[in-house]
Design a protein around this ligand. Structure first.
Ligand code: GRF
Length: 207
């Protein structure tokens, strides 16, 4: 079976992207997927450099270059569609996509979030969990729907909160979450690509 084509979207350091690149490079025939392009909502980020180092084509689609958010969304959808992906992975992509993007990639657009959804959605999942005083948190890999971090959950990983996490603002906790998150994302993307999947209501079934 041909490897599933992935477009990965990033906004920052791209360590989740790197984990995918490394897993594919370690087992190019067995992993079941290839990254055909990396897209970003900003230039000059480490995530794009990681893609370039790996010889993967990149594109940048900046909100401020468009008159409206809908035009940006349509351009992002078009740039992504040009690479004919089977799956799109948001790996630290810090933008909410719009109607056009979801119309084209709904049901095959995967996001990773650094909290145990449905708790603490949004851009500050780690900080919000700490502020609430939870003793366990973690990460969630899920399909994207038209809400903010509300789509069907594929897999979750758990991370314990330590007393010292309350003192340092969450940076160390986020690093521990990201270690779990990278392994989870690689595992999920590989299984989706190799086994296929179906979404039944809120349940994701990977045979
Ligand atoms: C991840 O924790 C992701 O869930 C969050 O931002 C982080 C991205 O990290 N939204 P990286 O860019 O993959 O290193």
């Amino acid at each position: 079976m041909a490897a599933a084509r992935l477009v990965v979207l990033v906004s920052g350091s791209g360590t989740n992207l790197q984990a995918l690149l490394d897993a594919i490079a370690a087992d190019p025939d067995g992993f079941g997927a290839q990254i055909v392009a990396v897209g970003a909502d900003r230039a000059g980020i480490a995530g794009l450099e990681r893609a370039e180092r790996a010889g993967v084509p990149t594109f940048v689609c900046r909100v401020q270059d468009f008159a409206t958010r809908d035009e940006w969304d349509a351009a992002l959808a078009e740039a992504t569609a040009a690479y004919e992906p089977d799956l799109v992975v948001s790996a630290g992509f810090m933008k909410i996509v719009g109607k056009e993007f979801l119309a084209r990639f709904g049901g095959r657009f995967v996001n990773t979030h650094p909290a145990l959804l449905p708790s603490f959605p949004g851009a500050h999942g780690v900080r919000d969990a700490l502020a609430y005083g939870v003793r366990v948190t973690g990460c969630t890999v899920h399909f994207v729907d038209d809400g903010v971090d509300t789509g069907p959950i594929i897999a979750q990983g758990v991370v314990e909160v330590r007393d010292e996490d309350y003192a340092d603002g969450g940076d160390a906790l986020h690093e521990r979450i990201k270690e779990v998150e990278r392994r989870l994302l690689v595992d999920v993307v590989g299984r989706l690509a190799r086994n296929g999947y179906r979404i039944e209501g809120r349940k994701v079934i990977i045979p």
